[in-house]
Design a protein around this ligand. Structure first.
Ligand code: NAD
Length: 460
């Protein structure tokens, strides 16, 4: 596996200048060219499947199935569907207008914004760097991709493959850490697409503001799970545990904590234990179906959080002394606990007992808007209340993270969980300027618009 070489900082302005030149020359604009580049992304993913599997295993211990479902397979599917949809998305729109404006032929042209910067995180390094890239390609925008240095095997692999598969005058990888990203952020871009934490999100948004650059911020936060006392607790436990154990809880839409009526807490724990044993009969730390924490810094952060909780560990809690940490369930967690301070982003699940659904809703409303609210309930009134009384990027009933499987709905946060949308058509739109136009015929005249203004012309 190749080692990660950082891009020399003094080469970064020239990389952007090359892309800018391609954009000005109109290179990335023809639909046929965009489609061919998209097919090349799909080909790159397919032909190098084993190399991607190995890189993501090296970076995160990702099981093959998780890499296929969450990274390679999803990317290929979305890339091919994007290529098939290009004509439809990119064609000019002619909105319905009032009769007297019809001769003006009002039109919305789908114009590429320009040269864009994509800054990606480490937890799903492939899909979270390539998904915005296919959005940029589909919209006709050259792009620099800055993968996360925290997933170095993937970052090195993509730097090797992108120039082999894509036009290097339109798409480039810049590798590095804070110094390289800071240099990138000093330059002018026509859109910045950032995925990661809110602290860096603020740095990105401030840097973009200097150039009035539009930004998409895909951030994280504490996504709650509300469990209704009447719901099927067995299904809730199974899907909840799956959401928490996948990628060792390192998913932006990972269920962060559970709010459940106190009298149902033990039933949930009993059901979690059944599914835990079924998912990992040999124990999670010995299982090829369970990954690990990304690095020692994050492992220590999680262990510190766990050591300070006042709740009771009822499931898991062991580490392999390296980077593995069992899916860990903690009961009777109360406000002010270490597990409720910031996004966990790891395999720890605190359960917060509440009196009823009113208390659960008030708890969520009193906090930052999360990326997603999960609710396990069959009660239509409760669903309506949650839709009407809470705010979040997405709201999902009776499952965890399956919203990511639907290509036709937008994905994005609000407030502390970010702004802007992505996935398929929403990614295309994010990198596209809706350029409006009218073409007024010589013989369409409104005499009242011209001075001198008189009362007679005003009444015309
Ligand atoms: P990270 O540490 O890899 O950082 C993300 C990117 O920011 C990297 O490319 C990194 O090089 C760059 N960066 C780091 N420090 C910087 C600085 N000082 N200046 C400029 N750039 C800098 O990833 P992370 O932030 O730890 O990712 C985890 C977070 O991302 C979690 O909060 C998670 O919820 C969120 N996330 C959100 C989504 C989403 O789609 N909404 C998806 C995945 C992760």
């Amino acid at each position: 596996m190749s080692t990660l070489k950082y891009t020399p900082v003094d080469e970064i302005p020239q990389i952007r200048a090359t892309l800018k030149q391609s954009f000005r020359a109109g290179k990335a604009r023809p639909l046929e060219w965009r489609r061919q580049q998209l097919y090349q992304v799909a080909r790159m993913a397919k032909e190098n499947e084993e190399a991607f599997m190995a890189a993501l295993h090296s970076d995160l211990g990702k099981p093959r199935m998780e890499t296929w479902l969450g990274e390679i397979g999803g990317l290929i599917e979305r890339t091919l569907k994007t290529a098939e949809s290009l004509e439809e998305w990119a064609k000019p729109e002619h909105p319905e207008v009032t009769d007297w404006q019809k001769p003006w032929r009002p039109t919305i042209y789908k114009t590429p914004k320009g040269v864009v910067l994509i800054i990606a995180p480490w937890n799903y390094p492939m899909i979270l760097s390539m998904q915005p890239l296919i959005g940029a390609i589909s919209a006709g925008c050259p792009a620099v991709i800055k993968p996360s240095e925290v997933a170095p095997a993937y970052a090195a692999l993509i730097a090797e493959l992108i120039p082999k598969y894509l036009d290097p005058t339109a798409y480039a990888v810049v590798n590095g850490g804070v110094a390289e990203t800071t240099k990138l952020l000093e330059l002018q871009w026509d859109h910045i697409f950032y995925t990661g934490n809110g602290r860096v999100g603020r740095i990105v948004a401030s840097a973009a503001a200097k150039h009035l650059t539009p930004v998409t911020l895909e951030l994280g936060g504490k996504s709650p799970v509300i469990i209704d006392a009447e719901c099927d607790i067995d299904i809730a436990a199974k899907r909840l545990l799956n959401g928490k154990a996948t990628n060792s809880g390192q998913i932006c839409v990972c269920p962060d904590y559970v709010l459940i009526p106190a009298h149902r807490q033990d039933a949930l724990i009993a059901a979690l234990k059944v599914h835990y044993a079924a998912f990992f009969p040999e124990g999670p730390l010995n299982s090829s179906s369970y990954g690990r924490v990304v690095n020692a810094m994050h492992h220590k952060r999680l262990m510190d959080m766990l050591s300070r909780t006042n709740g009771t560990i009822v499931l898991g809690g062991k580490t392999d002394g390296k980077l593995g940490l069992e899916p860990t369930v903690v009961k009777d967690v109360r406000e002010g606990d270490s597990l409720l301070e910031e996004e966990i982003f790891g395999p720890i699940l605190p359960i917060v007992p509440v009196k009823d659904m009113d208390e659960a809703i008030n708890y969520v409303r009193a906090r930052d808007h999360p990326l997603v609210i999960y609710a396990f309930t069959q009660n239509p009134e409760l669903k309506e209340r949650l839709i009407a009384e809470t705010l979040s990027g997405n709201i999902v009933f009776n499952d965890t993270f399956q919203q990511l499987a639907v290509n036709e709905i937008p994905f994005g946060g609000m407030g502390e969980s970010g702004y802007g949308l992505q996935i398929m058509k929403f990614s295309f739109d994010g990198f596209t300027h809706m350029r409006s136009s009218v073409d007024v015929p010589y013989d369409c005249e409104n005499p009242f618009r011209y001075p001198p203004y008189t009362e007679e012309t005003r009444k015309m």
